[in-house]
Design a protein around this ligand. Structure first.
Ligand SMILES: NC(=O)c1ccc[n+]([C@@H]2O[C@H](COP(=O)([O-])OP(=O)(O)OC[C@H]3O[C@@H](n4cnc5c(N)ncnc54)[C@H](OP(=O)(O)O)[C@@H]3O)[C@@H](O)[C@H]2O)c1
Length: 257
């Protein structure tokens, strides 16, 4: 099926060598968008760039702000101004409260939070100067609510959900749109260590990318799915804590957590 037409000429995607963002990159390219694909240098990024003449690799480490700024400048001069920045580089590590993996926690917060703000800092000045642009951040449904075993990833995604709210409010009237993208479980290498029995309503990367791509062009503030998990986590969050905590404990024990 043909992809819909999109409101961007040039999209910059971080985490483009990964499962979900790679799939998004291919879909945007096949619909005529020029994609600047960023990840650390490597075979997967090269393979993605080789898959379409509309995808160009701009290798960089999102943990290095100067490298990202230099990449954005290169993209601007090689492909034209960036209309969409999709900040998708991310990782997951398990979290065991009795044996806290401090290194894993710090790495997750660095990539999932610092990596996002580094991308915003690199691209926002030129968007503001042009009074035009769209920043989309990959969050997760697990940023909505604390969840046993999810202390690192959940905290990092809660941080970017909050950051996106600040951006949305501050950028109103500037011509720069903001979208937070919160999928549920997607079968990708990112969460391969997660117990498959606990992956509620897990979906394929193709389905996830299709849902994102279908909605992103309308520039909504929030894209969240699947609705069953979104509805549950948002409802739980809005309940008094005296109700929500026992409910989550009951639910996660039922799932074997
Ligand atoms: N899978 C899920 O269930 C799920 C659900 C909701 C949200 N998400 C979010 O969606 C995004 C993509 O997830 P995914 O499952 O597709 O992950 P993935 O396949 O593991 O991809 C992760 C990407 O991050 C890049 N990356 C890692 N460290 C980097 C660094 N220092 N600099 C630049 N790029 C770096 C990786 O590229 P290199 O290693 O090649 O540099 C890769 O492209 C993440 O933000 C994730 O949290 C995933």
């Amino acid at each position: 099926m043909a992809e819909p037409a999109f409101p961007w000429k040039v999209a910059w995607i971080t985490g483009a060598s990964g499962a979900i963002c790679g799939e998004i990159a291919r879909r945007l390219a096949s619909a005529g968008v020029t994609v600047a694909a960023t990840a650390r240098p490597g075979g997967k990024l090269d393979e993605l760039a080789a898959s379409s003449e509309r995808i160009k690799a701009f290798p960089a480490d999102v943990l290095k702000p100067d490298e990202l700024k230099a990449s954005v400048a290169k993209i601007d001069s090689a492909l034209g101004a960036i209309d969409l920045a999709l900040l998708g580089a991310g990782m997951y590590v398990p979290f065991d409260i009795r044996n806290i993996d401090l290194d894993g926690f710090h790495r997750t917060m660095a990539l999932n939070v610092d990596g996002v703000i580094n991308g915003i800092a690199a691209v926002l000045p030129s968007m503001l100067a042009r009074r035009h642009g769209h920043i989309a951040i990959m969050g997760s449904l697990f940023g909505y609510s604390g969840w046993p075993g999810n202390g690192s990833y959940g905290a990092s995604k809660a941080a970017v959900i909050n950051l996106a709210e600040s951006l949305k409010l501050e950028l109103q009237g500037t011509g720069v749109d903001v979208t937070i993208i919160n999928p549920g479980f997607v079968d990708t290498p990112l969460n391969a260590s997660y117990d498959p029995k606990k992956k509620l309503y897990a979906m394929s990367k193709e389905r996830c990318a299709r849902k994102i791509v279908e909605k992103l062009g309308r520039k909504p503030y929030e894209i969240a799915f699947p609705p069953q998990v979104e509805g549950f986590l948002k409802s739980v969050r809005s309940l008094p804590r005296a109700v929500s905590f026992p409910l989550i404990r009951w639910f996660t024990r039922k799932m074997g957590a």
